[in-house]
Design a protein around this ligand. Structure first.
Ligand code: SAH
Length: 274
């Protein structure tokens, strides 16, 4: 049976970076659902990254999309960041901001908010520069491939971050689980996986374009993660939903997991604590 799930070509041909940014990431004083969620997500990321629990040399962000907000706290604790996405137009949008090209999206309200969370709102120009300096590459990526970054060879990362990508890229649970396995190969033993996912959502809108989403529960994501060889260390639901006109999610999952060290893996098998 033919599936109606959005194809990779649909992403290439119909995903408008600007409309996506304007819909979900226009940050301002309004108490819109989108703003509330963004603030919440930024707080979670700041707790994870700027407080220093998760740090290292290399972080790979999988399915960066046209956004950089998810990297604002990361750049305080990782020396090198690699951004990735399937579509050319999203990689271009990110590069436009990194290179300060004319017409780039204005992230400064979001950057100011993160700086405020981290203690000094006035440091936002320095943070923008730091992030621009730390993002070393913007690569093509396809999470459905066993080598998601294709022939590009990178050292295994200390952390993988992925926000709202896998549920958009995978049409069923087995593809989702396989995608997590594919990502696992990019991570060092002992490395972290930070994952943000909408819950129970079947679609999201970008202007008039409807994109599919794999409807997932917290339990399904945790089980897929475990099968793909990760151990969940923190898994919490942000009990918020986006505007109903944009998407039909019921909450958002924020999860920090880990790829066990080989020795941790053996322990994990003999003790059933994980
Ligand atoms: N991380 C951003 C964007 C999420 S939108 C955020 O938090 O808002 C979903 C993203 O997944 C899009 O940028 C889309 O191009 C990307 N995507 C879709 N299929 C993919 C695939 N097979 N491999 C990698 N990325 C994919």
């Amino acid at each position: 049976m033919e599936s109606n799930f959005s194809t990779k070509d649909a992403y290439l041909n119909h995903f408008s970076p600007r409309t996506y940014l304007q819909t979900y990431y226009t940050f301002g004083p309004s108490a819109s659902k989108e703003n509330q969620i963004l603030m919440h997500v930024l707080r979670k990321l700041s707790e994870t990254f700027s407080l220093g629990r998760v740090k290292g040399d290399l972080l790979i962000d999988i399915g960066t999309g046209p956004t950089i907000h998810q990297l604002l706290s990361v750049c305080e604790s990782f020396k090198e960041i690699v951004a990735t996405d399937y579509t050319d137009q999203n990689r271009k949008e990110v590069i436009q901001w990194l290179k300060k090209e004319p017409g780039a999206f204005d992230w400064s309200p979001v950057v100011k908010y993160v700086c405020e969370l981290e203690g000094d709102r006035e440091k936002w120009p320095e943070k923008e520069e730091k992030l621009r300096e730390r993002v070393k590459q913007v690569l093509k990526c396809d999470v459905t491939q066993s080598q998601p970054l294709g022939p590009v060879s990178l050292p295994q990362a200390d952390c993988l971050l992925t926000t709202y990508c896998l549920e958009a890229a995978c049409e069923d649970l087995s593809t989702y689980q396989q995608a997590l396995k594919n990502l696992n190969s990019l991570l060092k033993p002992g490395g972290f996986l930070v994952l943000l996912s909408v819950l129970k959502s079947k679609f999201y809108m970008i202007g008039d374009e409807r994109f599919s989403c794999l409807s997932l529960t917290q339990e399904e994501i945790e089980a897929a993660l475990k099968k793909a060889g990760f151990v969940s260390e923190q898994s919490e639901i942000i009990p918020l939903h986006y505007s109903k006109a944009y998407t039909d999610n019921e909450g958002i999952l924020y999860l920090v997991g880990r790829k066990p060290n080989t020795s941790m893996g053996i322990q994990g098998q003999s003790h059933s604590s994980f």
